[in-house]
Design a protein around this ligand. Structure first.
Ligand SMILES: O=C1O[C@H](COP(=O)(O)O)[C@@H](O)[C@H](O)[C@H]1O
Length: 267
């Protein structure tokens, strides 16, 4: 069977700033520009968001009247299978750092189906949970366009010091997932072990993927991701199909060893 040929993905764009706090305003401005372009065209803004250090880096959006929170439709790029109010939950973290501080309608935040204060989330079936989360994505995306995979307007990701992103870990079988939109993992090398994650087919159909990484603990992995993509670390494999684009918002401590060209930030 003949396969459609796609133009090669755009090279990543890397912005580096002196300190983590210098990242906040440019990142917020970038997100606002993406929001405006998208809402002007289709009236809603679909966003996937990670946990870890990322939510705190979105503080430049808090109190900004230009953010149209009622148009945001938020999914989690990955989630730990723990109660939604558990300290390990990415939703709990995003609520604490961002969503509790802004007027986003609760219905626009799509969580996995693990009740708050659930006493034994380990009894929940991971396949059922990932299927249910995929159904939430289908409800948002599949009826609005005929694309085989959802096209997020913006995916906001972090990286671990081992090069993982979402819950896609080095050497794991999930790196080869080509079909499902949401997958589960029960052997995450970083606790907690049981997680759901968006897959590469979803990440690699996004309109924009923004990685945020700061601090000296990311310095070695960032140069491997950007300068040695042939090593195949999970974050290096995020290469959205044309016209999708990857952007990096990093600080100088994290990018100190990066040879890959950096761009001046301008909107
Ligand atoms: O476990 C996770 O780790 C990554 C990276 O976290 P960070 O604290 O080093 O930024 C995060 O992006 C992901 O959402 C989370 O589940």
């Amino acid at each position: 069977m003949a396969h459609a040929t796609h133009p090669a993905p755009h090279p990543s764009v890397v912005f580096s700033f002196p300190t983590p706090s210098d990242v906040l305003d440019p990142l917020a401005s970038f997100i606002l520009k993406a929001q405006k372009e998208t809402i002007d065209k289709k009236g809603r803004f679909t966003v996937a968001i990670s946990g870890g250090s990322l939510p705190k880096m979105l503080s430049g959006l808090i109190g900004n009247p230009a953010v149209k929170w009622d148009k945001w439709h938020v999914f989690y790029a990955d989630e730990r299978v723990v109660p939604l109010d558990h300290p390990d939950s990415n939703h709990n973290l995003c609520m604490t750092e961002l969503f509790s501080k802004v007027p986003i309608p609760a219905a626009n935040i799509h969580t996995i189906d693990v009740p708050e204060s659930s006493s034994d989330p380990d009894t929940l079936d991971l396949e059922d949970l990932s299927d249910a989360y995929e159904k939430q994505l289908i409800a948002e995306f599949a009826q609005k366009d005929s694309a085989r995979f959802p096209v997020f307007d913006l995916i906001l990701l972090g990286i671990g010091p081992d090069g993982h992103t979402c819950s896609l870990f080095p050497g794991h079988a999930l790196l080869s997932e080509e079909d499902t939109w949401v997958a589960f993992i029960d052997d995450s090398p970083k606790p907690p072990a049981r997680r759901l994650t968006l897959t590469y087919p979803v990440l690699n159909h996004a309109a924009r993927v923004v990685f945020v990484a700061t601090g000296v603990e990311k310095v070695d992995v960032l140069s491997t991701i950007l300068d040695k993509p042939e090593e195949g670390l999970p974050a290096s494999r995020v290469r959205p199909v044309f016209p999708g684009q990857v952007y990096w918002f990093v600080d100088d401590a994290a990018s100190a060893k990066v040879q890959f060209g950096k761009s001046d930030f301008k909107l």
